[in-house]
Design a protein around this ligand. Sequence first.
Ligand SMILES: *[C@@H]1O[C@H](CO)[C@@H](O)[C@H](O)[C@H]1NC(C)=O
Ligand SMILES: *[C@@H]1O[C@H](CO)[C@@H](O)[C@H](O)[C@H]1NC(C)=O
Ligand SMILES: *[C@@H]1O[C@H](CO)[C@@H](O)[C@H](O)[C@H]1NC(C)=O
Ligand SMILES: *[C@@H]1O[C@H](CO)[C@@H](O)[C@H](O)[C@H]1NC(C)=O
Ligand SMILES: *[C@@H]1O[C@H](CO)[C@@H](O)[C@H](O)[C@H]1NC(C)=O
Ligand SMILES: *[C@@H]1O[C@H](CO)[C@@H](O)[C@H](O)[C@H]1NC(C)=O
Ligand SMILES: *[C@@H]1O[C@H](CO)[C@@H](O)[C@H](O)[C@H]1NC(C)=O
Ligand SMILES: *[C@@H]1O[C@H](CO)[C@@H](O)[C@H](O)[C@H]1NC(C)=O
Length: 396
Amino acid sequence: MKSIFALSCLIPTVFSAPASNSQKAYSRIPCQKGAIASCPHKTIIVSNNPSHKDYADFTSIQSAILSLPHDHSSATILIRAGNYTEQLNVTRPGPLTLLGETSNPLGASQNQVNVFWSAANNGTYPDNAFTSVLTVAPTQNASLTGAGPTGWPVPADTPFGNTNFRVYNVDFRNVFSEYSAGPALAVSVSYANTGFYYSGFYSYQDTVYVGKLGNSYFYSSIIAGQTDFLYGFGTAWLQSSSLQLRSCGGGVTAWKGSNTTYENKFGVYIVDSNVKAANSSIATKIDGKCALGRPWNSQHRSIFARTYEDASIISSGYINWFVNGVGRYEEGITLQAEFETYGPGWNKTGREAGGVDTVLNQTLWAEYDAPEKVFQYGYEDGRFGNVGWIDWKPWV
Ligand SMILES: *[C@@H]1O[C@H](CO)[C@@H](O)[C@H](O)[C@H]1NC(C)=O
Ligand SMILES: *[C@@H]1O[C@H](CO)[C@@H](O)[C@H](O)[C@H]1NC(C)=O
Ligand SMILES: *[C@@H]1O[C@H](CO)[C@@H](O)[C@H](O)[C@H]1NC(C)=O
Ligand SMILES: *[C@@H]1O[C@H](CO)[C@@H](O)[C@H](O)[C@H]1NC(C)=O
Ligand SMILES: *[C@@H]1O[C@H](CO)[C@@H](O)[C@H](O)[C@H]1NC(C)=O
Ligand SMILES: *[C@@H]1O[C@H](CO)[C@@H](O)[C@H](O)[C@H]1NC(C)=O
Ligand SMILES: *[C@@H]1O[C@H](CO)[C@@H](O)[C@H](O)[C@H]1NC(C)=O
Ligand SMILES: *[C@@H]1O[C@H](CO)[C@@H](O)[C@H](O)[C@H]1NC(C)=O
């Protein structure tokens, strides 16, 4: 309440902010706490609270996104606390930051901006892409999942999408059902670089889709789901984040590898994080039952590193994926790995008995152990080190 009051008092200053403000380094934190004068120059304000109508630029987030030019200019949108029910699509190439108003900018568990959508692909849509709360992709074609080993064929003339998209303290909730009822995405990223900080992604099936040439970095964020809730073709790195098991189904990760003319490290990396039952009542039901992942195709690549696993995890760690009696796991090709994972979910004997889980040593993990070693300029020549869009110090 206090911060809201302070916000309204400070509103006029945003209009007189000096032009040089855009050159100054700024801290997102006072801006998100309500000190509008400290927001970047030209910050667009979204609020669906009728009492803010005199200064809010837009009442929906998507209308603010659509007001931006389709070019390489930078933009910031501050979303005032509230619940918004809308689908968000970001196609523009220029840097875009979404800031959620919050009294706690250094945590994801008390976010005050929720974006809701309710859709699952239970046969009602031509593709999973249509269900997502947030989509970051240059075109609809680029965002489609498709079927078969290589998925939807993205036309060769498709441009790269957003080069530097960031979100702080926003929760994306696909609320179609409280169980797996078909793919129901909270976020979908293709041909784009995206960073999510202190944000939340809630659904039951396929919560996070990092599609073709998608790069996503998650920091101190919460991802909740039941079935295959981290899936895709691209590269995702979850740093110091929480995976919440709302039940079991499929695996936590389900990745589809691709053949490229260059070496690729497309995959999902979960580092210094935790995988736990969403709450104590579900914990008793899923004890020893949830898999870390399963191969969407044989080139699946996922690594849980230095991550805590609670007792929900099945003794084999990962599982195979059988289709018409044929397992997709291929020894030496599929990489379903762990490095220094710990907690009651870690069972060395069980991993060995299961035979589909690779325990990496330091040398093998060193090939992947930093974001710059896995994020690449896939759209160009596959060079590694595509990390200029990552906020390494999101706490300042
Ligand atoms: C917003 O949604 C959350 C989560 O569903 C709910 O707890 C809260 O009451 C809602 N707030 C408003 C103002 O409707
Ligand atoms: C999909 O879900 C909707 C809403 O729950 C339901 O009405 C419909 O029958 C479902 N369709 C299928 C094919 O299950
Ligand atoms: C966002 O993209 C989805 C999938 O392409 C589409 O169904 C939806 O209409 C789009 N929504 C907006 C607001 O552009
Ligand atoms: C989408 O891709 C398909 C197959 O590559 C192509 O036939 C179609 O024209 C594309 N649609 C658009 C709008 O580009
Ligand atoms: C625990 O989590 C499950 C799965 O999301 C949910 O259905 C249930 O309502 C939650 N229970 C409590 C007590 O929060
Ligand atoms: C990649 O190439 C290998 C070897 O030719 C082939 O077996 C596999 O099916 C290909 N995978 C994809 C996803 O195209
Ligand atoms: C570990 O896995 C082995 C082999 O599957 C199993 O016999 C044992 O009960 C498991 N231990 C725990 C604590 O779950
Ligand atoms: C790490 O594991 C690989 C593959 O098993 C092995 O070749 C290598 O010698 C190991 N390195 C160390 C330092 O143990």
